[in-house]
Write a protein that binds this ligand. Structure first.
Ligand code: IPM
Ligand code: MG
Length: 352
C-alpha cells in the first residue's frame, strides 16, 4: 500500500531543500503521496499559530512526517507561546516522539573540515539518543513573572526506562557500548535517571554500560570522541551534546535525525540544522541532511532498508567526489547537489 508523507517545508531554506529531497524520494519509491503541513513561521503568517489545529488534524492522515526547518529572525520578538519553536515542541508532544535519534558520523573525505584535528575526529561514529518529550522542556511548574523564572526537570522512572530501552536496542545493533549521561552528583532527577538506566541494563547483559556526568561528557566529546558509540541522555543535555557532537563532523549541514514514539503514531524526521535565513532563497543550501533524514524515514517508518542505504550511499559518493555546497568548502548549489545524487541513484537503480 502506498505511504503518505506529511511534508513540513517550513521556513528559510526549508522549501528549497524539501523540493530537492522529494525529487530523490520519488525516484526511489514511485508511489509516495504527500500532504503539506504548515508549522512554524509559515503557520504563524497564515494562521497566527505556530501549530494550528488544521496541521494537527493532518497528522492523522500520514504515515510519517518529514520536516525541513522552521524559524527565522522575523519571529524573534514574539512571545514564547507564539514562536515557531513552540510549534515544533507541540508537534513532538502531539506525536509522542519520545526518542530522538541523532547520529554524528564523520565522513572520511570531510574529516579535515572539522575544527578539531583530523586524527582526533576521523572514524568518529556516534549516535545520541535524546529523550524528547519530557525533562525540563515540559516539566511543571514553569513560569516567569518578571522577578522569578521557573522551569522544572521532571522524569518518571518509566519515562527513563523507555528511552533507555531504545538506546540499549541501538547499542545491540552497533558496538554494544552505551554511555548514559546525567548530572547525578547534583540533581535528584539524574540519580533517578541513573538508577532506572541501570535497572534496564539487566535485560541487556551483552551491552557494556557506563555513566558519565554531563560536564565531563562535554569535555570528553572534544578530547576523544571515538570513545563513544551510543549516548543516551535527557532532553536538555541531549540538545546541547547533539549540537556539540554535530560539530565534530565539520558541518551541521550533514546531520539527520529521527524522532520516534512507540510506533502507534507517525515518526518525525528532520535535519539537525536550522532554517539558515541568511542563505534562504538563493539556491545555496545543502539538502544532504534532509535527504539523510528521509533515508532514516525509509528505514525506521517504512522498513525500506535497501532504498535507505542506496540514498545514503549516493550522498556519500558525491561528497567523496568533492561535489559539495559552501558549508563543506565547495561551490555547488542545492539543485546541482540534487542532480548529482539523482544521477548516482539512476546508476544504482539500473544495477539493482
Ligand atoms: C533542536 C532544537 C530545538 C530543541 C528547538 C528549536 C526547540 O534546538 O531540535 O535541537 O531545543 O529541541
Ligand atoms: Mg538543538
Amino acid at each position: 500500500m502506498s505511504k503518505t508523507i506529511g511534508l513540513i517545508a517550513g521556513d528559510g531554506i526549508g522549501p528549497e531543500i524539501t523540493e530537492a529531497t522529494v525529487k530523490v524520494l520519488n525516484q526511489l519509491v514511485a508511489d509516495f503521496k504527500y500532504i503539506d503541513i504548515d508549522l512554524g513561521g509559515v503557520a504563524i503568517d497564515k494562521h497566527a499559530n505556530p501549530f494550528p489545529d488544521e496541521s494537527k488534524a493532518k497528522l492523522k492522515e500520514v504515515d510519517a512526517v518529514l520536516m525541513a526547518a522552521i524559524g527565522g529572525p522575523k519571529y524573534d520578538d514574539l512571545p514564547r507561546e507564539m514562536r515557531p519553536e513552540t510549534g515544533l515542541l507541540g508537534l513532538r508532544k502531539e506525536l509522542e516522539t519520545f526518542a530522538n535519534i541523532r547520529p554524528a558520523k564523520v565522513f572520511d573525505a570531510l574529516a579535515h573540515l572539522s575544527s578539531l584535528k583530523t586524527e582526533i575526529v576521523k572514524g568518529t561514529d556516534i549516535v545520541v539518543v535524546r529523550e524528547l518529550t519530557g525533562g525540563i522542556y515540559f516539566g511543571q511548574p514553569s513560569s516567569n513573572d518578571g522577578e522569578t523564572g521557573i522551569n522544572t526537570m521532571v522524569y518518571s522512572k518509566e519515562e527513563v526506562k523507555r528511552i533507555a530501552r531504545v538506546a540499549f536496542d541501538f547499542a545491540m545493533k552497533r558496538s554494544r557500548k552505551l554511555c548514559s549521561v546525567d548530572k547525578a552528583n547534583v540533581l535528584n532527577v539524574s540519580q533517578l535517571w541513573r538508577d532506572a538506566v541501570t535497572e534496564v541494563a539487566t535485560d541487556y547483559p551483552e551491552v557494556e554500560l557506563s555513566h558519565m556526568y554531563v560536564d565531563n561528557a562535554a569535555m570528553q566529546l572534544i578530547k576523544d570522541p571515538k570513545q563513544f558509540d551510543v549516548i543516551v541522555t535527557g532532553n536538555l543535555f541531549g540538545d546541547i551534546l547533539s549540537d556539540e557532537a554535530s560539530m565534530l563532523t565539520g558541518s551541521i549541514g550533514l546531520l539527520p535525525s529521527a524522532s520516534l514514539g512507540d510506533g502507534s503514531k507517525p515518526g518525525l524526521y528532520e535535519p539537525v540544522h536550522g532554517s539558515a535565513p541568511d542563505i534562504a532563497g538563493k539556491g545555496l543550501a545543502n539538502p544532504a541532511a534532509m535527504m539523510l533524514s528521509a533515508a532514516m524515514m525509509l528505514r525506521y517508518s517504512f522498513d525500506m532498508d535497501k532504498e535507505a542505504t542506496m540514498l545514503e550511499t549516493a550522498i556519500q559518493e558525491i561528497l567523496q567526489a568533492g561535489i559539495t555546497t559552501a558549508d563543506l568548502g565547495g561551490s555547488a548549489g542545492t539543485q546541482e547537489i540534487g542532480e548529482a545524487i539523482h544521477k548516482q541513484l539512476e546508476t544504482a537503480l539500473s544495477k539493482a
